[in-house]
Design a protein around this ligand. Structure first.
Ligand code: AMP
Length: 221
């Protein structure tokens, strides 16, 4: 007999919220490993589209470089396409929803399925420090961040391609402040939307990635 716990486990859906630089990507990797979920990061999907030069990528580029959000209908379309193609059993949404409109759109897509919402809380000052220090491997996408004690192996990554380690254009100072402004104006209300549905677990995002992950695990338990 399948227990209720196993049933929930099989179709676990987690929505991970938090400011840019709160550590969503790092925690997402740990969560997908722990709970066997597919990681759906809209930022990663958009960056791949920009690299590949698709129509979506051409549209996304300008918004991303300016630190602005793409229109809801485009992002909701991206999510629908992803779910239709991959049909994941369990999924972790990272960087989505970022507006109340997207949260409402996701509720329509999920059609009554249950989900959990975790918000990683960090101060703006910490966000600025972390984003300015963040570096990424151009080849494998691995993220390094000396501000979090995650040091790059050298000038180049130690992945098979020895990828170049670079700073994302939108992690430069002028774009960071725009992204934070957008977060406060458009994304913080998403947490209020979930709180009004009695969802939303707030987790302190300070400390090491392992400490934050421990808090998330306890909150989800
Ligand atoms: P991220 O890596 O999640 O910080 O996303 C990088 C950029 O991609 C954002 O600053 C936006 O320009 C765009 N983006 C990512 N996710 C979304 C979303 N859910 N809605 C609108 N724009 C997004």
């Amino acid at each position: 007999m399948v227990t209720r716990e196993e049933e929930t486990q099989a179709a676990m859906i987690i929505i991970l919220l938090g400011a840019p630089g709160a550590g969503k990507g790092t925690q997402a990797e740990k969560l997908v490993g722990e709970y066997g979920l597919q990681h759906l990061s809209t930022g990663d999907l958009l960056r791949a589209a920009v690299r590949e030069g698709t129509d979506l990528g051409k549209t996304a580029k300008g918004y991303m470089e300016a630190g602005k959000l793409l229109p809801d209908e485009i992002i909701i379309g991206v999510i629908k396409d992803y779910l239709d193609t991959h049909k994941p059993d369990g999924v972790l949404f990272d960087g989505f929803p970022r507006t109340v409109g997207q949260a409402e759109g996701l509720d329509v897509i999920l059609a009554g399925k249950t989900y959990q919402v975790v918000s990683i809380e960090v101060y703006d000052k910490a966000v600025i420090e972390r984003l300015s220090a963040r570096r990424v491997c151009k080849s494998c996408g691995r993220v390094f961040n000396p501000a979090l004690g995650i040091m790059p192996p050298g000038e180049r990554c130690d992945c098979v391609d020895n990828g170049e380690i670079y700073q994302r254009d939108d992690d430069k100072a002028e774009t960071i402040s725009k992204r934070l402004e957008v977060y406060h104006e458009q994304t913080q209300p998403v947490m209020l939307y979930y709180r009004s549905k009695n969802l939303g677990l707030e987790v302190d995002g300070s400390g090491t990635p392992d400490q934050v992950f421990d808090r998330i695990r306890k909150a989800l338990a």
